[in-house]
Design a protein around this ligand. Structure first.
Ligand code: ZN
Length: 180
C-alpha cells in the first residue's frame, strides 16, 4: 500500500497516510482530519471545521428558505389585494370603508320601506302590489349587500393582520439567523 505525505491542517506536522485513507487523526495534535485530493494536490482539512462549514451552509439554506417564504407570502398577499380591488372609473381601487357603505344602505332601505308603507297605506284600494313588493325587495337587497360588505371588510382586516403577523415572525427569524 502506498503512503502519502501530507501536513496536518491544524498543527502543520507531517503525516503519512495510506493511499486509500479518507480520514486520519494527527498523532501530534489529535485533530481529526479529512484527506482531500485534487488532481494536483493532497491536503487535509479538520473535520471539526468541515462540520462548522456544514453548519454555516445549513444556516444559509435556512436564510434562503425564509427569504423565499417571505417572498411567497408577499406575492400571495399582493394577488389577494389585487383580487379585492373594486373597479372604478379611474381604474381599480382598494375597497372603501364598508361601514360607510352599510350606513348608506340603511338610509336607502329606510327610503324603500317608507315608500312601500306609503303605497300600502294609501286609501286607494287597488294599488298594485308591485309598488309595495319591489321597494321592499330593493331595501332588503341593499341591507343584505351592506351587511355582507361589512363581513367581507372584517375578513379582509383579519387576513391583513395575519399576513402582517406572519411576516413579522419570518423577519424576526431571519434577523435572528443573520445575527448569529
Ligand atoms: Zn496536527
Amino acid at each position: 500500500m502506498e503512503t502519502l505525505s501530507v501536513r496536518c491542517n491544524h498543527c502543520g506536522a507531517p503525516l503519512q497516510v495510506s493511499d486509500a485513507a479518507r480520514f486520519v487523526t494527527c498523532q501530534f495534535c489529535q485533530s481529526s482530519l479529512e484527506v482531500k485530493r485534487t488532481e494536483s494536490s493532497i491536503f487535509t482539512e479538520e473535520v471539526a471545521k468541515i462540520a462548522e462549514n456544514t453548519g454555516k451552509m445549513a444556516e444559509s439554506l435556512e436564510v434562503i428558505a425564509l427569504q423565499n417564504e417571505i417572498e411567497k407570502l408577499d406575492r400571495e398577499w399582493g394577488i389577494e389585494q389585487m383580487n379585492s380591488m373594486v373597479p372604478s372609473r379611474r381604474g381599480p381601487r382598494p375597497p372603501g370603508n364598508p361601514w360607510f357603505g352599510l350606513v348608506f344602505t340603511i338610509f336607502f332601505a329606510a327610503g324603500c320601506f317608507s315608500m312601500a308603507s306609503l303605497a300600502s297605506s294609501e286609501r286607494v284600494p287597488d294599488v298594485p302590489g308591485i309598488f309595495i313588493f319591489v321597494p321592499v325587495g330593493m331595501g332588503l337587497f341593499a341591507l343584505f349587500a351592506g351587511i355582507s360588505g361589512v363581513f367581507k371588510g372584517e375578513t379582509r382586516k383579519a387576513a391583513q393582520a395575519s399576513y402582517q403577523q406572519r411576516r413579522t415572525e419570518l423577519e424576526h427569524q431571519l434577523s435572528t439567523l443573520r445575527s448569529k
